[in-house]
Design a protein around this ligand. Structure first.
Ligand SMILES: [Zn+2]
Length: 61
């Protein structure tokens, strides 16, 4: 495989002239992963908030 300065940093198979260094399919997959990660983070933080409420209700915090 020929090395290109503008190769996609994710798949290293396609050219990626955009500033993030991702080809179009990898940019889409990366965005999907970011959205999924934020959704999981929101669930995680909500679980901690529920735990804080649980502790407060029992005067443990
Ligand atoms: Zn790619």
């Amino acid at each position: 495989m020929r090395y290109c300065r503008f190769m996609c940093v994710r798949c290293r198979q396609a050219e990626a002239p955009e500033p993030l260094g991702l080809c179009a399919p990898c940019a889409m997959h990366t965005r999907i992963e970011i959205v999924e990660g934020l959704r999981r983070l929101a669930g995680y933080l909500a679980a901690w908030a529920a735990f804080e409420d649980w502790l407060r209700e029992r005067r443990l915090a």
